[in-house]
Write a protein that binds this ligand. Structure first.
Ligand code: ADP
Ligand code: MG
Length: 375
């Protein structure tokens, strides 16, 4: 595929209209681009800020055709893009990220294999595609472990934590019907992530290492700089850069990692797109992950990802919206981002709050003073 420079004034097409598409669009609009979004929901978060909204299912050939007609470059905000839509857009439009990374990252076993063949460490795992493989995997990996569906899981969905044989009962009916992998449970010190962006020109840039704290498997807050040693920070950054090269990345890759209690860094999973753990960059870095992504796919030079100040980014889930709005007059130094979603369901990502501090601890104190979260 011939590399092109897409200039402001031209149209960026986004497959998927959730919050990631919306924040991509906001960055792109700031730079003077026009936005077309394809999403099945008419008033989705991205459509609210886009110039053109194509309302169609992701696998609707008519929707893909409309996208090819109006976009000068196409990108995506989620990894489960329909294969035929991707193929069509590769043929009939400009999709510089290609489809190969989607193929790899949407299946945990493919992804793990790719991470391993890049020479990076992962926790021991085995495929579980039937009851025989389950037996073998349990014999090899044992307990505690975690059984994960290989496709379509997010925020811990499709995962079964196994402390003993009895925990298997819940998962057993699905074994053989849907592919799983069994992973050893890793005692970890920290969960961290690194976002790396590579442009169509081959230029690469990496964001500061983020420390992620999950509650009920959903990202609760992110702290930057991560509270780890400089050598672990370098190791994590190198892993992300190395993976970006190995996967011939174009666009954005978020690399989730564990720092084990053994002091080693393990790659857990990746996402081929801007990531929740990178939202801190909007207010705390010279360039946000969304602007960098737009630059990368448009063939513009990448910009500095320098951290301006230590930061905490806290997710606003459905149950937090009202408490945050009730305290809106206290948000003097907190940056509020809401995604324009209507139903504030419990656990649904509705927005986030970013608070800069002189140190991470000071940013945490500010967040706690709001009285909405126990950090
Ligand atoms: P997803 O985010 O796609 O739901 P993850 O693989 O990131 O799936 O798992 C969700 C969370 O479960 C992780 O953030 C981590 O807290 C925990 N987890 C997953 N795998 C392991 C493991 N092998 N050892 C310890 N904790 C794990
Ligand atoms: Mg994860």
């Amino acid at each position: 595929m011939k590399q092109k420079t897409i200039l402001p004034g031209q149209t960026i097409g986004i497959l998927g209209g959730g919050q990631l598409g919306r924040m991509m669009a906001i960055s792109a609009k700031q730079m003077g681009y026009r936005i077309a979004v394809l999403d099945p929901v008419k008033d989705c978060p991205c459509a609210q800020v886009a110039d053109i909204a194509i309302v169609a299912d992701y696998d609707d050939p008519e929707g893909a055709k409309k996208m090819a007609e109006c976009a000068d470059v196409v990108t995506y905000e989620f990894e489960n893009v329909d294969v035929q839509t991707v193929d069509y857009l590769q043929e009939n439009s400009y999709l510089p990220q290609g489809g190969h990374l989607l193929e790899i990252t949407k299946d945990r076993l493919n992804e793990k294999a790719a991470i391993c063949s890049a020479g990076l460490p992962v926790v021991p795992y085995m495929p579980v595609r039937n009851h025989d493989e389950l037996k073998k995997a349990i014999a090899e990996i044992g307990f505690p472990s975690v059984l994960k569906t290989t496709q379509g899981g997010y925020d811990g969905k499709g995962q079964y934590v196994l402390k003993s044989e009895t925990d298997l009962e819940e998962a057993l009916p699905y074994v053989g019907k849907t592919p799983f992998e069994l992973e050893k449970w890793l005692p970890f010190e920290k969960e961290i992530s690194v976002i790396v962006v590579r442009s169509t020109t081959g230029e690469t840039s990496v964001f500061p290492v983020a420390e992620n704290i999950h509650r009920h498997n959903i990202l609760h807050h992110t702290l930057v700089p991560a509270r780890i040693s400089d050598s672990l920070r370098d190791e994590a950054t190198e892993h992300a850069l190395h993976l970006a090269e190995a996967l011939k990345l174009v666009g954005t890759l978020a690399v989730e990692m564990f720092v084990g209690t053994d002091g080693k860094v393990y790659v857990n999973e990746t996402a081929p797109r801007p990531h929740n753990s990178g939202h801190f960059s909007i207010n705390a870095c010279e360039t946000s992950q969304f602007e960098q992504h737009v630059r990368a796919i448009c063939g513009l030079p990448l910009s500095s990802t320098q951290l301006l100040k230590p930061v905490i980014m806290i997710n606003i889930l459905g149950e937090h919206v009202q408490p945050v709005l009730d305290k809106i007059d206290l948000l003097t130094s907190a940056h509020l981002h809401l995604y324009g979603k209507d139903a504030a369901k419990t656990g649904r990502k509705m927005g986030h709050l970013t608070i800069l501090g002189d140190t991470v601890d000071e940013a945490i104190e500010q967040a706690e003073r709001l009285g909405i979260w126990k950090i």
